[in-house]
Design a protein around this ligand. Structure first.
Ligand SMILES: [Zn+2]
Ligand SMILES: [Zn+2]
Length: 310
């Protein structure tokens, strides 16, 4: 997420552009998305509309930089599409396409023994170390750069939090070392790197819940309810992470079939208006929202709704 210490409703006329989109083709389908990311004085990075956008319009789509399925529900290793409960664990892919495109990092992961790491994180309910593990596999296979997430805003960790990560880091690193992956391939995997990546994942990861009917039948719906876990996994994106938060947002991020995200307008948006999404459940009351945002994302929400006691 972008730095979000203070929110106001004012529009920014001359924010410094950080990114612009250049496409050579003039066909409608390849037009650049109607947004720009800019640096503001008050809220850090923010996303602005470069033209008016109508309610319910698709603003842009986004593929995850890194994603990982949850352990509670069977989901595709590569894209997090729901898999039938009956699909054998030996084939954790929704399609040949997903198998092919993730083969490199899947093979790296399958070459190592994850029992100790998975057990450590699983019993403590830790989700984000699995995203780091996935990213390490992608870096080793050449599918991602080790600095992929550096552009994102990091969380502030206390020394106590950092020391709690020691064990999971040691287990992660030793899984790769024992798999006889050469030092030259994992030279980047230092404790400092691990902490830096986790700090970015901590406040930028999205919990993926599919809108396109995640349950193929009533039985799996019942099972999922008992497990109280509707998410198919977690994912980190670059562009969607630049959207600031608002408890009464003008945009939202949705997932239909898999982790490929869609950013959509919730209402008519003017050219130059900042686009914001809600990081949390907007139906919570003001105190609950502010508490969650402060604990989870480290900022006091001063959006219009919060300031007016709604
Ligand atoms: Zn898939
Ligand atoms: Zn708010």
């Amino acid at each position: 997420m972008a730095v979000a210490s203070k929110f106001s409703r004012r529009f920014f006329n001359n924010p410094f552009p950080l990114f612009s989109f250049h496409f050579s083709s003039s066909t409608a389908s390849s037009l650049p998305p109607p947004i720009r990311v800019a640096l503001t004085d008050s809220v850090g990075r923010a996303v602005f509309a470069t033209r008016s956008i109508a309610a319910a319009d698709l603003i842009h789509t986004a593929s995850p930089a890194v994603c990982h399925p949850s352990s509670a529900r069977p989901a595709c290793y590569a894209c997090l599409a729901s898999l039938p409960h009956s699909q054998p664990l030996r084939s954790p892919f929704c399609s040949q396409h997903c198998h092919q495109r993730s083969k490199g990092y899947y093979d790296v992961e399958m070459n190592a023994n994850w029992v100790a790491f998975d057990d450590y994180c699983g019993t403590r309910g830790l989700k984000y170390p699995f995203l780091v593990k996935r990213l390490v596999c992608m870096v080793i296979s050449g599918d991602a750069r080790s600095d992929t997430l550096d552009i994102l805003q990091p969380a502030n960790f206390t020394p106590e939090m950092v020391s709690e990560m020691e064990e999971e880091f040691v287990l992660l690193k030793s899984a790769f070392t024992k798999a006889l992956i050469g030092d030259e391939h994992i030279a980047f995997l230092t404790k400092q790197w691990y902490i830096n990546v986790l700090a970015r994942i901590r406040i930028n990861a999205f919990r993926i819940e599919l809108a396109g009917g995640p349950y193929e039948d009533l039985l799996s719906l019942a099972v999922a309810s008992v497990e109280a876990e509707a998410a198919v996994g977690n994912a980190v994106y670059v562009l969607p992470s630049f959207y600031n938060h608002d408890c009464d947002p003008n945009a939202h991020i949705i997932w239909i079939d898999n982790a490929h995200a869609k950013l959509k307008a919730l209402r008519d948006i003017d050219e130059g208006e900042e686009l914001r999404i809600c990081y949390i459940d907007a139906s919570l009351d003001r105190d609950a929202r502010r508490e969650l945002l402060f604990r989870g994302f480290g900022f006091q929400c001063n959006c219009h709704r919060c300031l007016h006691g709604d």
